[in-house]
Design a protein around this ligand. Structure first.
Ligand code: HEC
Length: 248
């Protein structure tokens, strides 16, 4: 019986750990996020700071076409107020379907994050944290993985990065002190990398915490069920052994 409880535990643990997508890259740094582990959860302050970094340091090149502005008000996400979401949306220019082709207007909460025109094919960030082995840790490791080496290949600059696993086309987008924090959090590159990676994990998987909680609940039920089955079994067999029927 101990064996089957152990295997149920293992199965449940596997079910609650984040799925790792295919496509291995560079070296992952050692870092723990607030949402890691069975009881991990998104940290609202972290997500709000991470959003600020996305807006100020990444959104000029990386869009999030599957994420509507209104999601920023998600209570299990960044939890911005509706007024803040309105204000944020209005800072972006989105395509104006009612106007001529190419016309834009300020964003509204129901709009989606626009895809900017940028050189070098920066990937869309809606799903980036799920599309790479390592998830948020991959993004974290890229942001902290610049070696300072660069080279020019056919007129394009490439930058060496241990998190990416070689040379690629994005120059270091974020430096210590770049983004102003108003809540007293340290304005270090490590803190920035943590916050924006957490934000992008939320963007890619807003239901991560609910999924984990459901996992923990089902784990609890499985354990209870296993214990009940165990004792029921023992009672049934105790009665069979104890009875003095014609076959015993
Ligand atoms: C000036 C434009 C620009 C800015 C600003 C920028 N990026 Fe990039 N980023 C790129 C380009 C271009 C690529 C693709 C490079 C390549 O594949 O060679 C890229 C690739 C990446 C990758 C690698 C994706 C992969 O394939 O694994 C990550 C992670 C990333 N960016 C994160 C960020 C984050 C986080 C920010 C904000 C802090 C940011 N980027 C800001 C242009 C930019």
């Amino acid at each position: 019986m101990r064996l089957s409880i152990a295997s149920i535990l293992t199965a449940a643990l596997l079910a609650t750990s984040p799925a790792l997508a295919a496509g291995g890259y560079g070296k992952l740094l050692d870092h723990e996020f607030a949402f890691d582990g069975m009881f991990g959860a998104y940290d609202q302050g972290e997500l709000q700071r991470g959003y600020k970094i996305y807006e100020q340091a990444c959104s000029a090149c990386h869009g999030m076409k599957f994420v509507p502005f209104r999601a920023l008000a998600d209570e299990n996400g960044p939890g911005f107020s509706n007024a803040e979401v309105q204000e944020i949306a209005s800072r972006y220019e989105v395509a104006d379907e009612a106007g001529d082709p190419g016309d834009t207007r300020p964003g509204k909460p129901f709009d989606y994050f626009p895809t900017p025109m940028a050189v070098g094919n920066p990937p869309d960030m809606s799903l980036l944290a799920k599309a790479r082995a390592g998830g948020a840790l991959h993004i974290y490791s890229v942001l902290l993985g610049y070696t300072g080496e660069e080279k020019e290949v056919a007129g394009t600059f490439l930058y060496e990065n241990t998190g990416y696993g070689g040379y690629f086309g994005m120059s270091q987008p974020l430096w210590e002190g770049d983004i102003e924090y108003t809540d007293g959090s340290p304005e270090t590159l490590e803190q920035y990398a943590n916050d924006v990676s957490a934000f992008l994990m939320w963007a890619a998987e807003p239901k991560l915490v609910e999924r984990k909680q459901a996992g923990v609940w089902s784990l609890g039920f499985l354990i209870l069920f296993a214990v009940l089955v165990y004792f029921t079994n023992r009672r049934v067999w105790a009665q069979v052994k104890g009875s003095k029927g014609p076959h015993s």
